[in-house]
Write a protein that binds this ligand. Sequence first.
Ligand SMILES: [Zn+2]
Ligand SMILES: [Zn+2]
Length: 389
Amino acid sequence: MPEQPITQATEFDPEDEYRPEPEPEPLPPSWMGGSVRIGIHTSIAGSYLNALEAARKLGCNAVQIFSASPRMWQGGPARIPEVDAAAFRTRRGELRLGPLVIHANYLINLAAAQPMLRTRSIQAFHDEILRALALGADFLVVHPGARGEATTGQAIATIVESVKQASKGVPLGGLKILLENTAGMGTAIGSRLEEIGEILAGLKGLPVGACLDTAHLFAAGYDIKSEAGLASTIGQIDGALGLENVPVFHANDSKVELGGRVDRHAHIGKGKIGAAAFARILQHPRLASSGPEGLAGRAFVAETPIDDPGDDRRNVAMLWELAGLKEQAPEAEKGFSMLTAALKRKLSSRRAPRAQSPHRKRKSLRGKSKKSSTRKKARSTAKKARRRG
Ligand SMILES: [Zn+2]
Ligand SMILES: [Zn+2]
């Protein structure tokens, strides 16, 4: 090789200036390639990486997590150490899991009129956004909040303002904030699709959309069980939100009847919505993850109860089966569950003394528990969460 002439660097070349490491390139969204995306909410207990491994072992190609304890204001550090976030992003890329959905803390009430709670909620949601960005999430799902004494109109205005404040000055990049519909318990906003639509309209210009929970739709009175009801609900979603703005569905069966207005998830096919309806939903061309009528990368994520070891794996398998893709589904690890027999024993021995407490009945009536595994720490502060209504 001929020697290169040595150039005299007499002037400062701006190219030589030290710059911090560039932001990691966003993952190529292979999950938007048109394949059906099915996931489940997995636990970050122990390590963020555990959630990814659980998703893989459960036979998912999409995943949802909390980025901190969901029922504590300070459920761990507000920021994720970059070394952990980087390891998570790398592993997620290797496993080709996508989309990555993060569910925000349940204590956040973006509709809160009370100044202290509102400030806290905005701060906590701001932290949620930063953690979602650090983990390279595609979607951050949040409940609109409870209006309390305020009117629905006032609450919607408050929610819009809260989301704007929480995301102020933060470049969201590829992250989209999704407002989730609710079952209509208490004064919760978002049981009517029009309410979600109004919030999204108020946030025009920001990357926002909706996450629709099948159990919440049903409990709120949208009859997705019947063929005609599904057709009409899809029409209503289109009218109020636009189906192209719904990249994530929470796929949960419902323990309560149509219009029951209570948020109680059931195993897929075992609740009041039923298997036939889920097959129609999962195979509906307008709800597809691709195609002329679908939306590339749209995901169905289960938040089903885990009463017994294996329930998580069985619900994921059921979703694949009802989607008509049993053969193409990623292989699950035989016998794997986030709830082990030992953990179940531990949890039920902790639950036992509480059964005698006078609050027990109230708890079961309000029953907000979605993910019954890995609640350990969260459980002790669950009482706080229930104040939210
Ligand atoms: Zn939710
Ligand atoms: Zn729910």
